[in-house]
Design a protein around this ligand. Structure first.
Ligand SMILES: *[C@@H]1O[C@H](CO)[C@@H](O)[C@H](O)[C@H]1NC(C)=O
Length: 598
């Protein structure tokens, strides 16, 4: 049953045959003289004499279709090496770009944080020289040490510096020095001063400043240094993964895809896109398996970046640190009478100083710090010349862009000039449509790859180890997101130890710990942090003339950390409520004699 009369069919058949004949004639023609192949081959830098003048019998070819061919076995070998190089090139170029992007971002952030630290130190120095004069200069090394420790913590983390005890020591040291200054008329033994510093926590001579500063510094530093560490890790991972060499079957498949058209005399023929995808998915099977952990890592980096902009803002903690410490000093000055009284009750009445009685007066040596109004206009700006917000916005864009980098590599490579769109393409045997299905990404899917033999039972060791590295870093980033530094705990055996379980989580709130100098008494339970998410509570600083008021008096300094939407206060509650309850209970029982005001 046909609609065509027999004669029409006959004509069609003849046309058909003629077309087929003429197509095969041109291919034959090209194979007969291998001129195009010679030109293309030598343009790749190979010796033109390798190429036969006319097509030869390619029965001995190992990769390309056998039969009449412009290739010899030697050419096939050389072209194999060439295709190895060519298949690696786009991947390594993309990897190099990614590496340099994040190396740069790392350098920006690192430089910015270090400069903030340096600027805070410089700023505190000049402010304190002006405000406290000799009294500061004689004790300047205390503050120098403080900033050194902060920098060391930033660089090396919790393994190098225990931030909590560093801060406790700093305040105890400051109390000791100030206590001597406000009590010059007395003489204190080392044992006496030890008693004083043991009681720093209960005396709270500096008001609420040490507690607030500790929360803010901990969060800001943990977030900043973990984020920077994540930025360091990215190029390292990319570099190691990009070094993974192609398997012999990948090289073979690449050779077939890229250069077998040469052997059949079709030098300009590009592979079909789906063919290219299957070859690259086979070649990059292990790399694609990085994707899940890579994306988890990037998500964790992105969440931490939000923290950097919001309540964990390093800049808004470090920049006004001079003012905060000064506020603490003013608190001590205001409380000095009560503090001294409590100390005398708790540690005993000190002996009057002979030296003091003989020559000096309180006026000359005592702590009568006169505060001049502080004008913040001469504040140095960071040489990085950019705010944390801008850095963060930029890095977030780059982090988002890096997502799915590994699994999309085949698509990225099999595009543009490297492939021929449509069906007029090299399908591995002919200039024809590629019929095989495109298989999925990752090692497991390669079991059915029609173009590359992949042993799915042998995952690449380098890539497996990088997956583990990413996993670990992601857990550090997530902990940092809650203000917790766990990066150094994994080095020690057992979890927690000194860093995790101290404070008042223990069933009985042991009062003795307040007399221990090695442990910090109020340790936050990190797991109960509320999420200060929406709106991003930004720390802003009120600054202006008269920020530091002159002379004693009941008025409080107007300078304080104000938080949009009261988020910081709420957060503090979440972070510290347990510790505070404990502290309150403790005050009732343990240090009653000192009768500390609330
Ligand atoms: C390539 O094209 C030839 C000729 O059309 C066909 O026989 C072969 O199956 C195709 N190969 C693939 C993988 O599609």
């Amino acid at each position: 049953a046909t609609f065509f009369p027999p004669s029409t069919l006959l004509v069609l058949c003849v046309v058909c045959t003629l077309v087929v004949f003429s197509v095969s004639m041109t291919a034959e023609q090209k194979l007969k003289n291998c001129n195009e192949v010679r030109a293309a081959y030598s343009s790749k830098g190979f010796n033109v004499n390798d190429v036969p003048n006319k097509g030869v019998n390619g029965a001995s070819l190992k990769v390309c279709p056998q039969g009449f061919s412009c290739c010899t076995v030697e050419m096939e070998e050389k072209l194999s090496q060439q295709s190895h190089t060519e298949i690696k090139a786009p991947v390594s170029r993309l990897s190099t770009n990614l590496q340099s992007t994040f190396r740069q971002r790392h350098d920006h952030f690192d430089k910015f944080f270090r400069e903030l630290l340096k600027n805070a130190e410089v700023s505190l120095h000049s402010m304190f020289v002006r405000t406290y004069g000799m009294m500061y200069v004689q004790n300047a090394e205390l503050f120098k040490k403080f900033f050194e420790a902060l920098t060391r913590y930033y660089v090396s983390g919790g393994a190098a510096v225990n931030l909590d005890s560093m801060l406790s020591d700093f305040w105890a040291d400051l109390l000791e020095r100030m206590f001597r200054l406000v009590n010059v008329q007395y003489e204190f033994t080392d044992a006496y001063m030890e008693c004083v510093s043991r009681h720093t926590e209960q005396l709270q001579p500096f008001g609420d400043v040490p507690r607030k500063l500790r929360i803010q510094l901990t969060r800001a530093f943990v977030a900043a240094r973990t984020f920077v560490r994540g930025l360091t890790l990215m190029p390292e991972v990319v570099n190691k993964v990009s070094m993974v060499s192609a398997s012999p079957s990948c090289v073979r498949a690449s050779m077939k895809m890229l250069y077998c058209p040469y052997c059949s005399g079709q030098v300009a023929l590009k592979p079909c896109q789906n063919y290219c995808l299957n070859v690259l998915r086979g070649c990059l099977a292990n790399q694609a398996d990085l994707d899940t952990e890579w994306n988890n890592f990037l998500d964790a980096m992105l969440s931490l970046a939000e923290r950097l902009e919001g309540p964990f803002n390093f800049e808004s903690v470090m920049d006004p640190i001079d003012v905060k410490i000064s506020e603490a000093i003013m608190n001590m000055q205001e409380n000095s009478m009560q503090v001294s009284q409590k100390v005398f009750q708790g540690c005993g009445q000190p002996k009057p100083s002979k030296a003091f009685r003989s020559k000096r007066s309180i006026k000359d040596t005592g702590f009568n710090g006169r505060f001049r109004p502080y004008s913040p206009d001469a504040r140095p700006t960071t040489a990085a010349g950019t705010s944390l917000d801008r850095l963060t916005t930029d890095v977030k864009k780059k982090l988002k862009h890096a997502k799915k980098f590994w699994s999309t590599l085949p698509e990225t490579v099999c595009a543009g000039e490297r492939i021929a769109p449509g069906d007029e393409c090299w399908n591995g045997t002919a200039k024809s449509r590629y019929e095989s299905v495109v298989i999925g990404n990752g090692l497991a899917n390669q079991v059915s790859n029609p173009d590359v033999d992949v042993d799915i039972t042998k995952p690449d060791i380098v890539i497996r180890s990088q997956i583990a590295v990413l996993k670990e870093m992601t857990s550090w980033l997530k902990a940092a997101h809650s203000g917790n530094d766990i990066s150094f705990e994994t080095d020690e055996d057992g979890s927690g130890g000194e860093e995790s379980g101290s404070g008042c989580d223990s069933p009985s709130c042991d009062t003795d710990m307040y007399f221990s100098t090695t442990r910090s008494p109020v340790k936050p339970r990190i797991d109960s942090v509320g999420s200060p998410s929406a709106g991003g509570g930004r720390l802003t600083r009120k600054r202006g003339a008269g920020a530091l008021r002159a002379g004693p008096g009941p008025a409080r300094s107007p300078l304080e950390i104000k938080v949009a939407g009261q988020e910081e206060e709420e957060n503090d509650q979440n972070w510290w409520s347990e510790g505070e309850n404990c502290q309150r209970d403790f005050k009732k029982t343990a240090f009653r004699t000192l009768d500390y005001p609330p």
